[in-house]
Ligand binder design. Structure first.
Ligand SMILES: Nc1ncnc2c1ncn2[C@@H]1O[C@H](COP(=O)(O)OP(=O)(O)OP(=O)(O)O)[C@@H](O)[C@H]1O
Ligand SMILES: [Mg+2]
Length: 266
């Protein structure tokens, strides 16, 4: 059963490994309703894997991923579908269907989740979100003819077209010029205010998330090393957070000899 009072997203002691590679190690995390949570961490630390658990594309080896109170790993197919209707997702690589036009890509979730809309209304709605992401008049363009940044924005448009309650963005700003990137940030902030959407924004750039995030969760080596409000995390004296904030560089992998020079995180 969907529990309207449950947090939109909750991870309880989630662990996931691929072969001998432990990617998520006992991760617990609650993402409150109507807030934007940024999940940050260096490349390869499990951010996208975490997101795939939330939408039910991956199952944890241990622990639970609850979305609106529903355990995505054990729920019936029907219930998972009900939950997914409430989620919009931008995959890191855009995951566009190259056999469809730009507009039909964006219309895809509408056709699936809003069969009540006429073709005309659907087209109008798609034109509306194309304007929101500053790609007006691109409805009929083949996606193969889009630039990288345009593909990203089409992915964004597809994630928000149904105005879902929860929107998950995997690296919404990467590969975008600063102006488009700011426009995307503003879109996130205004949608949150106007529609009270719960956003999850994944980024390897902590500074880049400060414009949008209410909360930050930092993953490192498969564990949550810092979690709290943006102010709490940015003021924390956690050494990983400090390094990430001050240099905004990709950190060494665990086991990297450079790690030996870092103080132990307690
Ligand atoms: N299906 C899979 N099978 C095996 N290994 C996987 C699979 N998916 C992810 N991994 C591995 O899990 C680790 C975490 O991957 P993930 O994509 O979550 O990283 P990330 O934090 O999103 O990195 P980036 O910032 O580069 O996107 C990586 O080492 C990756 O190779
Ligand atoms: Mg990723």
């Amino acid at each position: 059963m969907i529990d309207e009072n449950a947090p939109p997203i909750e991870l309880r002691s989630v662990s996931k490994r691929f072969g001998s590679l432990v990617v998520l190690d006992n991760v617990s995390l609650t993402m409150p309703r109507g807030q934007t949570t940024a999940v940050i961490g260096p490349s390869g630390t499990g951010k996208s894997v975490l997101l795939k658990h939330i939408v039910g594309l991956l199952r944890p080896d241990a622990g639970e991923v609850r979305v609106f109170g529903v355990d995505m790993a054990t729920a019936s197919e029907k219930l998972v579908y009900q939950v997914r209707k409430r989620l919009g997702m931008l995959f890191q690589d855009g995951a566009l269907f190259d056999s469809l036009s730009t507009g039909d890509n964006i219309a895809f979730p509408l056709a699936r989740h809003r069969p009540d809309l006429s073709a005309k209304k659907r087209r109008e709605r798609v034109e509306e979100v194309l304007e929101l992401v500053e790609l007006p008049n691109l409805y009929d363009r083949p996606t193969s003819a889009l630039s990288g940044g345009q593909r990203k924005r089409v992915g964004l448009a597809r994630a928000i077209v149904t105005e879902p309650e929860v929107v998950l963005f995997d690296e919404p700003n990467s590969g975008l010029d600063p102006i488009t990137s700011d426009a995307i940030d503003q879109l996130i902030v205004s949608m949150k205010q106007r529609l009270h959407i719960t956003f999850v924004v994944i980024s390897h750039d902590i500074v880049g998330t400060l414009n949008v995030a209410d909360r930050i969760c930092m993953l490192y080596g498969g564990k949550v090393v810092a979690s709290g409000t943006t102010a709490e995390v940015t003021h924390s004296d956690n050494v990983m957070v400090r390094r990430f904030l001050s240099r905004n560089l990709v950190l060494p992998e665990p086991g990297d000899p450079a790690m030996a020079t870092l103080p132990h995180i307690g």
